[in-house]
Design a binder for this molecule. Structure first.
Ligand code: KIV
Length: 293
């Protein structure tokens, strides 16, 4: 399905053309995995803006408003400083720009870890103010009571185990996790605890491949890998990474296009044309209308 968007000038709403299919739901994503098998892998990409969501929507089952926007959009050193208000503003934009994919919004660091009640207060704001379908939070066994608390109160939760970037200050960096037996067992246990608590899907990030395979076989809900394994039930990438927006590319990213070169090439041509006064040309300027006869 390819959807284009036309602006209705009366309402300022972007209307899709043609009318798209019904938006995917959390239960539909959860049911992709039946008896341990996922016939159709779950496709997820990050999106942070309305226009980006419009372009990705038709191709994805899930759009993730990741707190990676801290680094990608705001130039922050990590996702730790990202606030709930930032996530809500971008989450609402992505919901406005999409009609097909279910939108999941990340809970930022410090807005859910203290207690299930704190998590409910933050997550209910995210759902109310963005219109998203679900939230995602990082952490394993320690977060399982919170996942149960939220799901039992109407908030679908996507889990996130393995390399959990919000814990960078504890982990000491972004290296792959699970290289020793104890850590591997802990990560598998984390994923099982989240699934038992009611997570509808679990992101597995930055782990040695056998861990991702073990989790995918062990949990009934879909697993979504990033730096994990092709055997996960789905995959996610940060869109700007796979579009080649940054010089540094993590090993697990496949660069599908080099948009950084396209943007800087276009800016260079524009700058040259401004400097030699060939822009704007006659096509880009308004001329007086010829007097009526
Ligand atoms: O914040 C994010 O973009 C994420 C993905 C990398 C899974 O959590």
């Amino acid at each position: 399905m390819s959807t284009t968007f036309q602006l209705d000038t009366a309402t300022s709403r972007a209307n899709p053309t043609p009318a798209p299919m019904k938006r995917l739901t959390v239960p539909a994503i959860r049911q992709r995995k039946k008896d341990g098998m996922t016939a159709e892998p779950v496709v997820m990409l990050t999106a942070y803006t309305a226009r980006q969501a419009q372009l990705l929507d038709a191709h994805c089952d899930l759009l993730l408003v990741g707190d990676s926007l801290g680094q990608v959009i705001y130039g922050l050193p990590s996702s730790v400083p990202v606030t709930l208000d930032m996530m809500i503003a971008h989450g609402a934009a992505v919901v406005r720009g999409s009609y097909h994919a279910a939108v999941v919004v990340d809970m930022p660091f410090g807005t859910y870890e203290q207690s299930p009640e704190q998590a409910f207060a933050s997550a209910s704001r995210v759902l109310k103010e963005t219109g998203c379908a679900a939230i995602k939070l990082e952490g394993g066994e320690a977060m399982a009571p919170t996942v149960a608390f939220l799901t039992q109160r109407g908030i679908p939760v996507m889990g996130h185990v393995g390399l959990t970037p919000q814990a960078v200050n504890v982990l000491g960096g972004y290296n792959a996790r699970g290289r020793n037996e104890a850590e591997a067992a802990k990560i598998v246990g984390d994923a099982k605890a989240l699934a038992d608590a009611g997570a509808f899907a679990i992101v597995i990030e930055g782990v040695v491949e056998p861990i991702a395979i073990a989790i995918t076989q062990a949990v009934p809900c879909p697993t979504i890998g990033i730096g994990a394994s092709a055997q996960c039930d789905g995959q996610v990438l940060v869109t700007e990474d796979m579009l080649g927006m940054f010089e540094r590319v993590p090993r697990f990213v496949k660069v599908y296009e080099n948009i950084a070169d396209v943007i800087s090439g276009a800016a260079a041509r524009y700058a040259a044309e401004v400097r030699d006064r060939s822009f704007p040309g006659i096509e880009q300027t308004y001329q007086p209308r010829a007097p009526k006869a």
